[in-house]
Design a protein around this ligand. Sequence first.
Ligand code: PDD
Length: 292
Amino acid sequence: MTDNIAYVNGEFLPHAEACISIDDRGLVFGDAIYEVIKCYSQRPFRLRDHLERLKRGAEEIRLPLPLDEESVVRAIDELLARNVRMAESSLYVQVTRGPGSRFHAFPRVASPTIIMVLSPAAPLDPSDYEQGVRVITVPDRRWDMCNVKSVGLLIAVLAKQSALDAGAADAVFVRAGRLVEGASANFFAVSNGRLITHPEGRRILAGVTRKVVLELAAATGLGVDFRGPKVDEIGGFDEAFLTGTGTEILPVSSIDGTTVGQGGRGSITAELQRRFFDVTRTGVLHDRLAGA
Ligand code: PDD
Protein backbone atom coordinates (compact mmCIF):
# COMPACT_ATOMS: atom_id res chain seq x y z
CA MET A 1 0.00 0.00 0.00
CA THR A 2 1.37 3.40 -0.91
CA ASP A 3 0.14 7.01 -0.79
CA ASN A 4 0.51 7.16 -4.55
CA ILE A 5 -2.12 7.91 -7.12
CA ALA A 6 -3.29 4.91 -9.11
CA TYR A 7 -5.24 4.63 -12.35
CA VAL A 8 -8.42 2.55 -12.67
CA ASN A 9 -10.50 2.54 -15.85
CA GLY A 10 -9.92 6.19 -16.74
CA GLU A 11 -9.83 7.57 -13.19
CA PHE A 12 -6.87 8.73 -11.12
CA LEU A 13 -7.42 7.91 -7.46
CA PRO A 14 -5.45 7.65 -4.21
CA HIS A 15 -4.14 4.09 -3.98
CA ALA A 16 -6.42 3.19 -1.03
CA GLU A 17 -9.52 4.31 -2.94
CA ALA A 18 -8.65 2.57 -6.19
CA CYS A 19 -10.99 -0.44 -6.40
CA ILE A 20 -12.26 -3.02 -8.83
CA SER A 21 -15.12 -5.50 -8.53
CA ILE A 22 -14.72 -8.73 -6.53
CA ASP A 23 -16.33 -10.38 -9.60
CA ASP A 24 -13.46 -9.25 -11.81
CA ARG A 25 -12.21 -12.13 -13.93
CA GLY A 26 -8.64 -11.14 -13.21
CA LEU A 27 -9.28 -12.13 -9.57
CA VAL A 28 -11.65 -15.05 -10.18
CA PHE A 29 -9.95 -16.76 -13.14
CA GLY A 30 -6.57 -15.07 -13.47
CA ASP A 31 -8.07 -13.96 -16.79
CA ALA A 32 -5.67 -11.07 -17.22
CA ILE A 33 -2.30 -9.96 -18.51
CA TYR A 34 0.17 -7.45 -17.14
CA GLU A 35 3.35 -5.51 -17.68
CA VAL A 36 5.97 -4.18 -15.29
CA ILE A 37 7.79 -1.16 -16.66
CA LYS A 38 10.69 0.55 -14.95
CA CYS A 39 10.81 4.33 -15.02
CA TYR A 40 14.21 5.95 -14.77
CA SER A 41 14.05 9.68 -13.93
CA GLN A 42 10.31 9.60 -14.69
CA ARG A 43 10.86 8.06 -18.15
CA PRO A 44 9.31 4.63 -18.78
CA PHE A 45 12.10 2.46 -20.16
CA ARG A 46 11.34 0.76 -23.49
CA LEU A 47 7.65 1.58 -23.13
CA ARG A 48 6.86 0.72 -26.77
CA ASP A 49 8.34 -2.76 -26.34
CA HIS A 50 6.22 -3.34 -23.24
CA LEU A 51 3.05 -2.10 -24.95
CA GLU A 52 3.79 -4.17 -28.03
CA ARG A 53 4.08 -7.28 -25.83
CA LEU A 54 0.85 -6.38 -24.03
CA LYS A 55 -0.87 -6.09 -27.40
CA ARG A 56 0.50 -9.44 -28.59
CA GLY A 57 -0.60 -11.11 -25.33
CA ALA A 58 -4.06 -9.56 -25.59
CA GLU A 59 -4.43 -10.89 -29.14
CA GLU A 60 -3.30 -14.34 -28.06
CA ILE A 61 -5.91 -14.55 -25.28
CA ARG A 62 -8.57 -12.71 -27.35
CA LEU A 63 -8.82 -9.83 -24.88
CA PRO A 64 -9.90 -6.52 -26.42
CA LEU A 65 -7.67 -3.82 -24.96
CA PRO A 66 -9.83 -1.04 -23.51
CA LEU A 67 -7.45 1.72 -24.66
CA ASP A 68 -5.39 2.24 -27.79
CA GLU A 69 -1.65 2.59 -27.44
CA GLU A 70 -1.58 6.39 -27.52
CA SER A 71 -4.25 6.60 -24.81
CA VAL A 72 -2.22 4.23 -22.61
CA VAL A 73 0.88 6.38 -23.15
CA ARG A 74 -1.08 9.53 -22.21
CA ALA A 75 -2.49 7.86 -19.09
CA ILE A 76 1.02 6.76 -18.07
CA ASP A 77 2.35 10.30 -18.58
CA GLU A 78 -0.43 11.68 -16.46
CA LEU A 79 0.08 9.06 -13.76
CA LEU A 80 3.76 9.96 -13.57
CA ALA A 81 2.90 13.67 -13.43
CA ARG A 82 0.29 13.20 -10.67
CA ASN A 83 2.65 11.24 -8.42
CA VAL A 84 5.59 12.49 -6.43
CA ARG A 85 8.75 12.39 -8.51
CA MET A 86 10.75 9.23 -7.97
CA ALA A 87 14.28 8.66 -9.24
CA GLU A 88 13.33 5.09 -10.12
CA SER A 89 9.82 3.76 -10.11
CA SER A 90 8.02 0.62 -11.13
CA LEU A 91 4.86 0.93 -13.19
CA TYR A 92 2.46 -2.01 -13.00
CA VAL A 93 -0.17 -2.27 -15.73
CA GLN A 94 -2.83 -4.96 -15.64
CA VAL A 95 -5.66 -5.58 -18.08
CA THR A 96 -8.36 -8.10 -17.18
CA ARG A 97 -11.40 -9.40 -19.01
CA GLY A 98 -13.44 -7.39 -16.50
CA PRO A 99 -16.30 -8.29 -14.17
CA GLY A 100 -18.92 -10.95 -14.89
CA SER A 101 -20.84 -13.81 -13.34
CA ARG A 102 -18.64 -16.81 -12.69
CA PHE A 103 -18.90 -18.54 -16.04
CA HIS A 104 -15.69 -19.69 -17.70
CA ALA A 105 -16.37 -18.54 -21.26
CA PHE A 106 -16.04 -14.85 -22.12
CA PRO A 107 -18.80 -12.48 -20.96
CA ARG A 108 -21.19 -11.61 -23.79
CA VAL A 109 -20.38 -7.92 -23.45
CA ALA A 110 -16.70 -7.20 -22.94
CA SER A 111 -15.87 -4.52 -20.37
CA PRO A 112 -12.18 -5.02 -19.66
CA THR A 113 -10.57 -3.54 -16.58
CA ILE A 114 -7.31 -1.62 -16.79
CA ILE A 115 -5.34 -0.61 -13.74
CA MET A 116 -1.97 1.10 -13.39
CA VAL A 117 -0.04 1.40 -10.17
CA LEU A 118 3.18 3.34 -9.71
CA SER A 119 5.49 2.52 -6.82
CA PRO A 120 9.09 3.23 -5.91
CA ALA A 121 11.37 0.65 -7.54
CA ALA A 122 12.82 -1.82 -5.05
CA PRO A 123 16.45 -0.77 -4.58
CA LEU A 124 18.98 -3.13 -6.13
CA ASP A 125 21.48 -4.63 -3.69
CA PRO A 126 24.92 -3.43 -4.86
CA SER A 127 26.70 -6.48 -3.41
CA ASP A 128 24.41 -8.86 -5.35
CA TYR A 129 25.20 -6.93 -8.53
CA GLU A 130 28.93 -7.26 -7.90
CA GLN A 131 29.17 -10.70 -6.35
CA GLY A 132 26.21 -12.46 -7.88
CA VAL A 133 23.44 -14.49 -6.30
CA ARG A 134 22.82 -18.16 -5.70
CA VAL A 135 19.97 -19.76 -7.62
CA ILE A 136 18.31 -23.16 -7.52
CA THR A 137 16.64 -25.06 -10.33
CA VAL A 138 13.04 -26.25 -10.19
CA PRO A 139 11.07 -28.36 -12.67
CA ASP A 140 9.13 -26.20 -15.12
CA ARG A 141 5.53 -27.10 -14.44
CA ARG A 142 4.13 -24.04 -16.20
CA TRP A 143 1.85 -24.10 -19.22
CA ASP A 144 2.92 -23.69 -22.84
CA MET A 145 1.93 -20.02 -23.22
CA CYS A 146 4.82 -18.58 -21.22
CA ASN A 147 5.16 -15.98 -23.99
CA VAL A 148 1.94 -14.42 -22.66
CA LYS A 149 2.54 -12.30 -19.56
CA SER A 150 -0.40 -13.79 -17.71
CA VAL A 151 -1.13 -12.96 -14.06
CA GLY A 152 -1.48 -16.72 -13.41
CA LEU A 153 1.85 -16.80 -11.58
CA LEU A 154 1.29 -19.49 -8.96
CA ILE A 155 4.11 -21.73 -10.18
CA ALA A 156 6.48 -18.75 -10.27
CA VAL A 157 5.37 -17.75 -6.75
CA LEU A 158 6.10 -21.28 -5.45
CA ALA A 159 9.44 -21.39 -7.30
CA LYS A 160 10.60 -18.09 -5.85
CA GLN A 161 9.54 -19.12 -2.34
CA SER A 162 11.41 -22.45 -2.70
CA ALA A 163 14.49 -20.45 -3.69
CA LEU A 164 14.25 -18.19 -0.64
CA ASP A 165 13.57 -21.20 1.62
CA ALA A 166 16.77 -22.77 0.26
CA GLY A 167 18.79 -19.62 1.01
CA ALA A 168 19.00 -18.71 -2.68
CA ALA A 169 17.82 -15.55 -4.41
CA ASP A 170 15.91 -17.03 -7.32
CA ALA A 171 14.81 -20.17 -9.09
CA VAL A 172 15.44 -21.17 -12.69
CA PHE A 173 12.94 -23.44 -14.41
CA VAL A 174 14.28 -26.62 -16.02
CA ARG A 175 12.50 -28.51 -18.76
CA ALA A 176 13.89 -31.57 -20.54
CA GLY A 177 17.30 -31.03 -18.97
CA ARG A 178 17.59 -27.40 -20.10
CA LEU A 179 17.57 -24.12 -18.20
CA VAL A 180 14.56 -22.23 -19.52
CA GLU A 181 14.22 -18.97 -17.57
CA GLY A 182 13.98 -17.63 -14.04
CA ALA A 183 10.76 -17.30 -12.00
CA SER A 184 10.53 -13.64 -13.07
CA ALA A 185 13.60 -13.11 -15.25
CA ASN A 186 15.31 -14.52 -18.33
CA PHE A 187 18.44 -16.63 -17.98
CA PHE A 188 21.76 -16.37 -19.82
CA ALA A 189 24.88 -18.51 -19.55
CA VAL A 190 28.27 -17.46 -20.91
CA SER A 191 30.57 -20.09 -22.33
CA ASN A 192 33.71 -19.63 -24.42
CA GLY A 193 32.95 -15.93 -24.86
CA ARG A 194 29.43 -16.51 -26.18
CA LEU A 195 26.03 -16.01 -24.63
CA ILE A 196 23.63 -18.93 -24.47
CA THR A 197 19.93 -18.30 -23.89
CA HIS A 198 16.69 -20.14 -24.52
CA PRO A 199 15.07 -19.18 -27.85
CA GLU A 200 11.83 -17.23 -27.92
CA GLY A 201 8.64 -19.22 -28.28
CA ARG A 202 6.02 -20.59 -25.95
CA ARG A 203 8.47 -21.68 -23.24
CA ILE A 204 9.73 -18.26 -22.18
CA LEU A 205 8.60 -14.69 -21.85
CA ALA A 206 10.38 -12.62 -24.49
CA GLY A 207 11.83 -10.20 -21.95
CA VAL A 208 12.35 -6.56 -22.82
CA THR A 209 15.60 -6.58 -20.82
CA ARG A 210 16.66 -9.73 -22.68
CA LYS A 211 16.03 -7.88 -25.94
CA VAL A 212 18.21 -4.96 -24.81
CA VAL A 213 20.97 -7.39 -23.78
CA LEU A 214 20.78 -9.02 -27.22
CA GLU A 215 21.05 -5.58 -28.83
CA LEU A 216 24.08 -4.81 -26.66
CA ALA A 217 25.60 -8.17 -27.61
CA ALA A 218 25.04 -7.45 -31.31
CA ALA A 219 26.51 -3.95 -30.98
CA THR A 220 29.67 -5.32 -29.38
CA GLY A 221 30.11 -8.38 -31.58
CA LEU A 222 29.28 -10.81 -28.80
CA GLY A 223 27.92 -14.05 -30.28
CA VAL A 224 24.72 -15.64 -29.01
CA ASP A 225 23.59 -19.26 -29.16
CA PHE A 226 19.82 -19.51 -28.97
CA ARG A 227 19.35 -22.77 -27.15
CA GLY A 228 18.39 -23.70 -23.62
CA PRO A 229 21.68 -24.22 -21.74
CA LYS A 230 21.84 -27.80 -20.46
CA VAL A 231 21.83 -28.63 -16.77
CA ASP A 232 24.84 -30.90 -17.30
CA GLU A 233 26.77 -27.94 -18.75
CA ILE A 234 26.46 -25.86 -15.56
CA GLY A 235 29.92 -26.88 -14.29
CA GLY A 236 31.38 -25.58 -17.56
CA PHE A 237 29.67 -22.17 -17.57
CA ASP A 238 32.13 -19.27 -17.35
CA GLU A 239 29.40 -16.87 -16.24
CA ALA A 240 25.64 -16.72 -15.88
CA PHE A 241 23.13 -13.95 -15.26
CA LEU A 242 19.44 -13.17 -15.01
CA THR A 243 17.72 -10.29 -16.82
CA GLY A 244 14.46 -8.54 -16.03
CA THR A 245 12.80 -5.19 -15.57
CA GLY A 246 13.34 -5.12 -11.81
CA THR A 247 16.34 -7.46 -11.87
CA GLU A 248 18.22 -5.57 -14.61
CA ILE A 249 21.34 -7.74 -15.15
CA LEU A 250 22.04 -9.85 -12.09
CA PRO A 251 25.08 -12.15 -12.03
CA VAL A 252 24.55 -15.74 -10.87
CA SER A 253 27.33 -17.09 -8.65
CA SER A 254 26.09 -20.65 -8.20
CA ILE A 255 23.37 -22.96 -9.46
CA ASP A 256 22.15 -25.73 -7.14
CA GLY A 257 25.40 -25.30 -5.20
CA THR A 258 27.67 -25.62 -8.25
CA THR A 259 29.90 -22.56 -8.56
CA VAL A 260 29.55 -20.70 -11.85
CA GLY A 261 32.96 -19.71 -13.28
CA GLN A 262 34.99 -18.01 -10.54
CA GLY A 263 31.88 -17.70 -8.37
CA GLY A 264 31.39 -13.98 -8.80
CA ARG A 265 30.57 -11.57 -11.56
CA GLY A 266 32.36 -12.39 -14.79
CA SER A 267 33.86 -9.79 -17.13
CA ILE A 268 31.22 -10.15 -19.86
CA THR A 269 28.40 -9.76 -17.34
CA ALA A 270 30.13 -6.70 -15.83
CA GLU A 271 30.53 -5.11 -19.28
CA LEU A 272 26.86 -5.76 -20.14
CA GLN A 273 25.79 -4.31 -16.79
CA ARG A 274 27.82 -1.18 -17.42
CA ARG A 275 26.36 -0.72 -20.88
CA PHE A 276 22.84 -1.48 -19.65
CA PHE A 277 23.26 1.15 -16.95
CA ASP A 278 24.23 3.64 -19.69
CA VAL A 279 21.21 2.73 -21.82
CA THR A 280 18.72 2.98 -18.97
CA ARG A 281 20.09 6.33 -17.83
CA THR A 282 20.64 7.89 -21.25
CA GLY A 283 18.38 5.85 -23.53
CA VAL A 284 21.31 5.53 -25.93
CA LEU A 285 22.59 2.22 -27.21
CA HIS A 286 26.31 2.72 -27.81
CA ASP A 287 27.68 0.75 -30.70
CA ARG A 288 31.32 0.93 -29.74
CA LEU A 289 33.19 -1.02 -27.12
CA ALA A 290 33.66 1.27 -24.13
CA GLY A 291 37.08 2.87 -24.31
CA ALA A 292 37.61 1.73 -27.91
N1 PDD B 1 8.78 -10.37 -14.78
N2 PDD B 1 10.55 -14.16 -17.62
C1 PDD B 1 9.51 -14.11 -16.75
C2 PDD B 1 8.81 -15.37 -16.42
C3 PDD B 1 9.13 -12.88 -16.19
O1 PDD B 1 8.09 -12.84 -15.32
C4 PDD B 1 9.84 -11.71 -16.52
C5 PDD B 1 9.48 -10.36 -15.97
C6 PDD B 1 10.92 -11.81 -17.42
C7 PDD B 1 11.73 -10.61 -17.84
O2 PDD B 1 11.00 -9.76 -18.69
P1 PDD B 1 11.31 -8.20 -18.76
O3 PDD B 1 12.76 -8.05 -19.04
O4 PDD B 1 10.47 -7.73 -19.87
O5 PDD B 1 10.95 -7.61 -17.42
C8 PDD B 1 11.22 -13.04 -17.97
C9 PDD B 1 8.25 -9.14 -14.24
C10 PDD B 1 9.24 -8.06 -14.07
C11 PDD B 1 7.47 -9.46 -12.99
O6 PDD B 1 6.69 -10.38 -13.05
O7 PDD B 1 7.60 -8.76 -11.99
